[in-house]
Design a protein around this ligand. Structure first.
Ligand code: DGL
Length: 242
């Protein structure tokens, strides 16, 4: 039996990452775990989130024969990745972090980072800014409470009101780039762009896909001739994880 690539998120957001991985690796078998039961991740404590995510990781390793696990979720990555790598040293992990390095490398001067409250508060996000930001660059962090959950529920009115508040908060400050620091936000790019017409939207999905390919190649785990397959699991419908 072929080993699979496990991809997880608190719902539909991670499908934006999965799509990019599939484009690069069309001969792999995938398990997509949408943890809708525990959405939103971005408003949970670090301990609570680690307990949730590590149960899914164990399920993907023990029940689904995964060779790699992709955290297609900025919140799970910025809060749990270091500990996951320590506790599961034999598993390959790839994470998704806000594309702050992409913004600074492209020399943008005024970047907004939109992400969940947990990602914004995380040490990892602070590190990304410390390491990459130059003196002439400004980075404004905006916690978007409730936005991922509104996207998950396809609540258009709520999405609109959150974006409207955000636009008001930024006033007439010139913004040249926006980092979509939550995978759910990639699903409403058009809406975000309509409020910030001059800004370039940046996301991490392609970089994640390249890293997945790089690590699988390095470990001789690429499935070059297999048949593409996705096993889609929604935790609301799943009986309890062990
Ligand atoms: N899509 C996730 C992220 O990238 C999680 C959103 C949430 O559940 O709060 O952060």
């Amino acid at each position: 039996m072929n080993q699979k690539i496990g991809v997880l998120d608190s719902g539909i957001g991670g499908t934006t990452v999965l799509k990019e991985i599939i484009k690069l690796l069309p001969n792999e078998e995938y398990v997509y775990y949408a943890d809708t039961k525990n959405n939103p991740y971005g408003e949970k404590s670090e301990e609570e989130l680690f307990n949730i995510v590590s149960k899914i990781v164990e399920f993907l390793i023990n029940e689904k024969n995964c060779k790699m696990i992709v955290l297609a979720c900025n919140t799970a990555t910025t809060r749990c990745m270091k500990r996951l790598k320590k506790e599961y040293p034999n598993m390959l992990f790839v994470g998704t972090v806000p594309a702050i390095k992409v913004a600074t490398d492209h020399k943008f001067k005024n970047t907004l980072v939109l992400a969940t409250p947990a990602t914004i508060e995380s040490k990892r996000t602070k590190e990304l800014i410390e390491v990459n930001k130059k003196d002439d660059q400004e980075i404004t962090l905006i916690p978007c409470k409730d936005l991922a959950n509104a996207i998950e529920r396809k609540d258009k009115a709520k999405i609109k009101s959150i974006l409207l508040d955000l636009r008001k908060k930024i006033k007439d400050k010139k913004i040249d780039s926006i980092v979509l620091g939550c995978t759910h936000y990639s699903l409403i790019k058009k809406e975000i762009q309509s409020y910030f017409q001059d800004a370039i939207l940046l996301e991490g999905a392609f970089g994640v896909a390249k890293e997945v390919k790089r690590q699988l190649t390095e470990h001789h785990l690429l499935n070059k001739r297999g048949d593409f397959q996705i096993d889609y699991i929604d935790s609301k419908e799943e009986i309890s994880l062990r």
